[in-house]
Design a protein around this ligand. Structure first.
Ligand SMILES: CC(C)(COP(=O)(O)OP(=O)(O)OC[C@H]1O[C@@H](n2cnc3c(N)ncnc32)[C@H](O)[C@@H]1OP(=O)(O)O)[C@@H](O)C(=O)NCCC(=O)NCCS
Length: 173
């Protein structure tokens, strides 16, 4: 497909060719995760999140059950998942927005642009809807990433005594 990228570049620049190029770039190399990858990513993301919250050890059984339900919702098509093998994003339409429910990159693969690429892919799937998500206020890496993508705080709330910020972007980038 290199030739297609070259062909796109050779065309006179227009909003249409730029949109097609962005779509092509974003979709390149992304695929649906296998069942094993999905389970592995969800469990790693969940452990990271709950360790940050401090309830991983005390609440493990309930967390594992929640994860199973979540995986089932991906398997039955309620939510969509894409991966490049290094990271995963799980998203779905909710109340007129494209909501990102999970974004996780393997620790050894971070700071190589994976999360940014996955988020840009979600934008291509959002059909003009705003992209939204909830993030722990203390999660500096994620907060910095979303701000870099142009997302802004849309709501603040406590969850289990935890600071959660909802961020939203009608225009990622
Ligand atoms: C947050 C996370 C998804 C970022 O993934 P990543 O692939 O490393 O992110 P990218 O390489 O695409 O980073 C893009 C930008 O985000 C920001 N960023 C990412 N990690 C950062 C960090 N540790 N500290 C500060 N800024 C960071 C930077 O602006 C970065 O651009 P730069 O590398 O050019 O400076 C990853 O750290 C992760 O999986 N964390 C655990 C799970 C999690 O917190 N998920 C989000 C829940 S809402």
């Amino acid at each position: 497909m290199e030739s297609f990228a070259a062909y796109l570049q050779s065309l006179p620049k227009s909003p249409l060719t730029e949109a097609v190029a962005a779509l092509y770039e974003a979709a390149d190399g992304l695929r649906k995760p296998s069942a094993e990858e999905l389970a592995e990513f969800v469990s790693a993301a969940s452990e990271t999140e709950h360790r940050m919250r401090g309830d991983w050890d005390s609440n493990r059984e309930a967390i594992v059950n929640e994860d199973k339900e979540f995986i089932e919702q991906v398997s039955n098509g309620t939510f969509q998942a894409v991966t490049d093998g290094n990271g995963i994003v799980i998203y779905g339409e909710a109340d007129g927005r494209m909501y990102v429910y999970l974004l996780f990159v393997r620790p050894e693969c971070r700071r190589a642009g994976t999360a940014q690429r996955l988020m840009e892919y979600v934008k291509t799937q959002a059909k003009g809807m705003p992209v939204a998500l909830s993030v722990n206020n203390h999660n500096t890496a994620a907060r910095t990433l979303y701000k870099k993508l142009g997302m802004v705080d849309s709501k603040k709330f406590g969850y289990d005594g935890y600071d959660i910020i909802e961020m939203q972007s009608p225009t990622i980038r």
